[in-house]
Design a protein around this ligand. Structure first.
Ligand SMILES: Nc1nc2c(ncn2[C@@H]2O[C@H](COP(=O)(O)OP(=O)(O)O)[C@@H](O)[C@H]2O)c(=O)[nH]1
Ligand SMILES: [Mg+2]
Length: 227
């Protein structure tokens, strides 16, 4: 079984459509890791969970961060293959299923990517996010010694044993950068898969608030993998 965690904070406009779009795929457990929503996201998910045993809601009153929410959701996962997808509808479930297929083909960690030649960007991020994202990726590549192009795309799949062999400390938006760097350091096979992606304007990322903790996470991860 594949268990997919969906981090969600105020995603009432998107979460129902996302859960609905997953229904055509069988053998998929969906765990919505919701934090502090004030728009009724919890009620929408609860309603789905009431009708479908494969949908689970994990709610928290406090905003814990995307990384913390995904880690909390993964603790509930029953599958032997695990993953996560953003809850804002920027990625269609069929993209995640394509990424997951590379695990069957031998990948240990499959990374959805917006930055490969055949990636399709339906609606781009604003210029400020594209510029800061490119700088972030350049820094992450240089400091963490990996060739991955897109660290931040909200669509990743990995085997359960891979996840349990790694200790991921970051609770914020850089947790998947840490995941990639630590998986790389352990010699796991990482495959970057081009996906179709569309920007949603309700981003929770605040460059002024989030960039410094993300850079700190990269530096801490660099120190750990060099120990
Ligand atoms: N549970 C939870 N989800 C979060 C948090 N921060 C972001 N998310 C979710 O993580 C996903 C990605 O966040 P988003 O703001 O779209 O990031 P961006 O696409 O990189 O701008 C979305 O589904 C958000 O609702 C958080 O603190 N807690
Ligand atoms: Mg988004």
């Amino acid at each position: 079984m594949l268990s997919v965690v969906i981090p969600a904070h105020n995603e009432a406009d998107h979460i129902g459509g996302l859960l609905e779009a997953f229904r055509v795929f069988s053998g998929v457990e969906l765990i919505v890791a919701e934090d502090a929503s004030t728009d009724g996201t919890q009620n929408i998910v609860q309603e789905f969970a009431g009708r479908n045993n494969d949908v689970v809601l994990s709610s928290c009153d406090k905003l814990t961060g995307k990384g913390a929410a995904v880690k909390r959701g993964l603790k509930l996962a029953k599958g032997d293959v695990l993953g996560f997808i953003d809850g804002d509808g920027s990625i269609h479930p069929k993209e995640l299923m394509r990424v997951a297929a590379t695990i069957d083909d031998g990948a240990d960690l499959a990374v959805g990517s917006r930055d490969l030649r055949t990636s399709v960007i339906v609606r781009p991020q604003p210029l400020s996010r594209r510029v800061s994202g490119s700088i972030y990726s350049l820094l992450a590549r240089a400091l963490l010694d990996t060739r991955i192009k897109d660290f931040q795309c909200g669509c990743k799949v990995f085997r359960r044993d891979v996840w349990h062999s790694l200790t991921i400390a970051c609770d914020g938006f850089a947790f998947d950068t840490e995941l990639i760097a630590k998986a790389h350091e352990k010699g796991f096979v990482i495959v970057e898969v081009p996906i179709t992606w569309s920007n949603q304007s309700n981003s929770k990322v605040r460059i002024s608030r989030d960039v410094l903790p993300m850079l700190k996470c990269i530096l801490k991860t660099r120190a750990q993998i060099r120990e």
